[in-house]
Design a protein around this ligand. Structure first.
Ligand SMILES: C[S@@+](CC[C@H](N)C(=O)[O-])C[C@H]1O[C@@H](n2cnc3c(N)ncnc32)[C@H](O)[C@@H]1O
Length: 278
């Protein structure tokens, strides 16, 4: 059965991107004016009222993670286009706004936003309500990864599995059971060579703060179900057949995106991102 309610965690991470846009220093790690418009004025007023909650040390760590994963994925996408990628599959898209602020270099892509029906429905209502145009190169597809395979779900769209594709899967894997995860990764590795997936993962919980976060997600009806050590993940990606696997280090992410900023944003060991090329 698909979830009846839209994802609350998707709204929470969108709120963090809006806080960054409105209140963090420039240059932005992720320049996302559209998320502010998508959330809408009443929601943004609520953020403003509770701003202090978004500016604790712990909230800064989490916001940094949310920003870095999107920025990293979008930078990898830009590189993937240079090697011929033609489609962009955003899995568990939530309130990702890339399609609505896509730079000209992305116009050649066919983009697919994939999400659970209730989450996608809420996003589409917000797009309409807040006057955000759906670009011609975007298609929406509803799939619950735990009940429907990408093979079957994408049949409803114009997705072409013979074309090299870039896939992002940000903040989703930990909500899925192992079968659903394996099924997504097997689908991606069967795409044409030079396709790529960028995704985040969660290692076994080792701190009180991480346990608190997992408990919060569970309270929102979205329990974390999957934990994996980086070395085990790399091994399983290799055995699935991915060729070029990268886990950017904290030092690399810091050098690329933080560069001594003074607004409390930074890289923590929570920023666990992987990229794997077919
Ligand atoms: C934390 S949000 C992340 C959203 C977005 N990727 C981002 O970074 O802003 C998790 C997303 O995963 C989606 N999701 C969770 N479980 C799913 C499932 N079984 N099938 C499809 N989507 C799922 C939710 O609907 C939600 O949009």
């Amino acid at each position: 059965m698909p979830k009846q309610e839209a994802s609350k965690t998707a709204l929470s991470v969108a709120a963090m991107r809006a806080v960054h846009q409105l209140f963090d220093a420039t240059p932005k790690i992720l320049d996302d004016k559209v998320v502010v418009q998508l959330l809408g004025a009443p929601f943004v007023e609520q953020i403003q009222t509770h701003l202090a909650r978004f500016q604790t040390i712990e909230a800064n760590v989490l916001r940094s993670h949310i920003l870095l994963r999107s920025r990293y994925a979008e930078d990898r996408l830009a590189k993937a286009i240079e090697r011929g990628v033609q489609q962009y599959l955003i899995l568990g898209a939530g309130f990702d706004t890339f399609p609505y602020r896509q730079p000209t270099w992305a116009h050649s892509l066919q983009i697919f936003e994939v999400d659970q029906p209730a989450s996608q429905q809420e996003k589409r209502e917000r797009l309409l309500h807040n006057d955000i145009n759906v670009p011609a190169n975007l298609e929406f597809v509803t799939i619950d990864f735990e009940t429907t395979s990408l093979v079957d779900g994408l049949k409803k769209s114009s997705f072409d599995s013979s074309k090299p594709t870039f896939v992002s899967w940000l903040g989703v894997m930990m909500y899925l059971n192992q079968d659903a995860i394996d099924s997504v990764l097997k689908y991606v590795v069967a795409l044409p060579s030079s396709s790529e997936i960028v995704f985040t993962f969660v290692p076994p919980l080792s701190s009180a703060k991480q346990v608190e976060l997992a408990e919060l997600a569970a309270k929102q009806g979205e329990p974390w179900k999957n934990y994996v050590m980086p070395e085990d993940l790399v091994q399983s990606l290799h055995s699935l057949g991915f060729t070029d696997i990268t886990l950017p280090t904290s030092a690399e992410l810091d050098a690329w995106y933080i560069c001594g900023r003074q607004d409390g944003l930074g890289v923590s060991n929570r920023t666990l991102i992987a990229s794997a090329i077919v």
